[in-house]
Design a protein around this ligand. Sequence first.
Ligand SMILES: Cc1cc2nc3c(=O)[nH]c(=O)nc-3n(C[C@H](O)[C@H](O)[C@H](O)COP(=O)(O)OP(=O)(O)OC[C@H]3O[C@@H](n4cnc5c(N)ncnc54)[C@H](O)[C@@H]3O)c2cc1C
Length: 381
Amino acid sequence: MGDLVTASNSTCDVVVVGAGIVGAACAHFLMKEGLRVAVLERGIVGGGATAAAMGHLVAMDDSPAQLALTRFSLQLWKELEDQLPASAEYRQPGTLWIASDDEEMTEVRRKCEVYRSAGLACEVLDSVALGEAEPKLTRPLAGALRVLGDGVVYPQAAAQFLLQVVADRGGLFTDCNVVSIIGNEVLLGDRTRISAGHIVNAAGCAAPELTPGIVMRKRKGHLILTDRYPGFLRHQVVELGYLKSAHSVTADSVAFNLPPRATGQILIGSSRQYENEDAAVDHDIVRRIMERACEYMPEVATLSVLRMWTGFRAATPDKLPLIGPSPENPKVLLATGHEGLGITASMATGRLITDNILQRRSLISIEPYLPSRMTYVAAHV
Ligand SMILES: Cc1cc2nc3c(=O)[nH]c(=O)nc-3n(C[C@H](O)[C@H](O)[C@H](O)COP(=O)(O)OP(=O)(O)OC[C@H]3O[C@@H](n4cnc5c(N)ncnc54)[C@H](O)[C@@H]3O)c2cc1C
């Protein structure tokens, strides 16, 4: 990758702070439009929350705005498919949202209608069809919703690929700590200043350090990675109770959520915890994740675990990301706050940021994600 010119008067059209999947996607779409872009990263490319993620590319319908963003993003991931290297492990195994009782089957049918009306291909599976679709699940389960277009990707490799494309097109990348953003300048740790037409704050959980006043909380998650078991799993399998876990705003929660990786490895997840900023693995949470997984898929108990880790999701109060100009400084665009959907929504975020900078309409409206809404939310919580 190219080195950033460190003269104090360096200029470019857009500086992107943070080379996680979101910053990488922003840089990718900006460069595609011919803008001069510099990406500043203080660690490893994709080494933050991106490296900790499961990589499920998933349509979610907590709100119409969330469904519009994830649906648009899935379409952009699909368009990238032919360019992605094998290392990015992009596949579309589809998601099975598993219902364990009749009440959850009612939710399956509701979800199916919503997804179909949004143009997403999906079908309701009864108990027998579910057993055939995913033979290692415990029986009987009530059924499931199969969402055919959902995917899985290896997030860090995808971020690295996007930044390599940026570098190949002449974009600049440098390993440096951004200390602050003032006006349309970033100040680096060595006191270098870089000015740009716009600055994109894609610093993930660290975004509030550079744009004070952003309301976000860190939400810790654990994942467990197994050895290779090709064919063990066909779909991304998620219990419908995952939605309760994702919606919980107080208690620690775990849910059965397993993606099949292209390598044959299985990721076992997942957990959500607020008020815990210690990155250490909590073995009680790991035990609860394994127990939950074994309830749905008893053979998980026989799998050999290679490693486990934690990561932090950047969560906003209204569960939508912050995409667009900062109300305090319109030269700074925020691209953060994606909680557990940042891998999925990175593509749409990059597209919306690029269209906003170029002052043109996007395929979906940026309105629901604008940071200016937080003033309203803060006043009404
Ligand atoms: C356990 C877990 C599972 C998940 N599973 C999924 C999933 O299946 N699907 C999904 O869609 N999402 C998932 N997510 C969410 C997803 O990981 C995040 O939403 C996404 O990675 C956010 O990307 P980002 O680029 O905003 O942040 P990050 O990846 O954290 O990138 C931010 C970057 O900014 C850099 N940075 C910060 N401050 C500075 C500074 N001052 N100067 C220079 N650089 C700086 C950091 O070093 C970092 O590399 C999961 C998250 C967790 C924790």
